[in-house]
Design a protein around this ligand. Structure first.
Ligand SMILES: Nc1ncnc2c1ncn2[C@@H]1O[C@H](COP(=O)(O)OP(=O)(O)OP(=O)(O)O)[C@@H](O)[C@H]1O
Ligand SMILES: [Mg+2]
Length: 303
């Protein structure tokens, strides 16, 4: 369980995280979604006890990240943005090192288990310098999981790896979510949508929306989007005709037709207006706005 309340972080005069509040529950993958500089890494570093907040509180499994930082570290696994690795260590040597550092009671058995879990068993004697980027990312994941933490925090784990590995990492995250509390950051909306049960969208240190991908789409979609194609009327005249229909908020050329945004269901009025001019309605269909559009729209409005 992760509980964040009014968490704030200033770097000098720069407000990097501005009074954010959210929760993540066991068996849930929560995505921290935001563009560069949004405050994702800062939030994660506070949650993992690496850095004190300037204000607000954060709890991991009921323990305060500042007051009970030792208890917190025991219960949290962290995959940082850049995994610190020692190129001359072997895979199993590196994970054993972390297991001992974290006070794991039966390190050897636990290392075997975790290497199996991230699919690195056949590389256990490989030197880290010889691992591909994707395999290093899995090694980072093993490091984060070796003490079997309740809460797992992963900072942009799919950045810079090839598409096949991206798929594998996303699958591991979903799998982890079954019996851990997972907080996962990304700047890729479709990834958040695929992997997370709930998404917290942050921009410039502030939460601009949070909810399940479905509710976010329902709440945030501004009005109705339609694609309209009219036959027998010039483009200029057709655009003018559409703009005059009550309820239509914007009309933009798109291919042979128009992308129309409206406050409500304008389809009856639209078809009447077109037929009234003696033209033909060649196409009229709703366009589902992707969460990507909504995200860009929200972030764009803030900037
Ligand atoms: N140690 C620091 N000192 C001063 N400013 C910092 C420090 N670390 C981060 N910042 C600033 O705080 C803001 C948030 O940074 P943060 O790294 O948390 O964002 P992020 O969402 O992780 O971005 P990215 O997607 O690029 O990783 C940015 O404006 C950044 O420049
Ligand atoms: Mg970051």
């Amino acid at each position: 369980m992760i509980e964040v309340h009014d968490l704030t972080k200033r770097y000098g005069s720069h407000l990097a995280v501005d009074a954010i509040s959210f929760e993540a529950h066991p068996g849930e993958v929560v995505g921290l979604l935001g563009p560069n500089g949004a405050g994702k890494t800062t939030t994660m570093r506070i949650l993992t006890g690496f850095m004190p907040p300037t204000g607000g509180t954060a709890r991991i499994a009921g323990y305060d990240v500042m007051a009970d930082s030792l208890e917190v570290r025991r219960r949290v696994g962290y995959l940082p943005e850049r995994v610190p690795v020692y190129p001359d260590m072997t895979v199993s040597g590196y994970i054993t090192f972390w297991a001992k550092l974290r006070g794991v009671t039966r390190p050897r058995a636990q290392v075997d288990t975790v290497l199996e879990r991230v699919n690195l068993t056949d590389r256990r004697n490989t030197l880290i310098r010889n691992l591909s980027k994707g395999l290093r990312q899995r090694l980072g994941l093993a490091q984060a999981l070796v003490h079997n933490p309740e809460v797992v925090i992963l900072d942009e784990p799919t950045i810079g790896i090839d598409p096949q590995q991206v798929i594998e990492v996303r699958e591991s995250v979903r799998e982890l979510g079954k019996n851990h509390t997972v907080l996962f950051s990304t700047h890729i909306l479709s990834e958040a949508e695929q992997v997370c049960d709930r998404v917290v969208i942050i921009n410039k240190g502030r939460i601009i929306a949070q909810g399940t991908p479905q509710t976010l789409r329902a709440q945030l979609q501004p009005g109705v989007a339609l694609y309209v194609e009219i036959g027998g009327l010039g483009k200029e005249a057709a655009a003018r005709l559409l703009r005059e229909i009550p309820g239509i908020e914007s009309v933009e050329r798109q291919g042979d037709g128009f992308a129309v945004r409206a406050g409500g269901d304008v389809r009856p009025a639209l078809s009447d207006a077109v037929l009234h001019t003696g033209c033909r309605l060649l196409e009229l269909r709703p366009v589902a706005m992707t969460l990507e559009d909504i995200f860009l729209d929200l972030v764009g409005r803030e900037n």
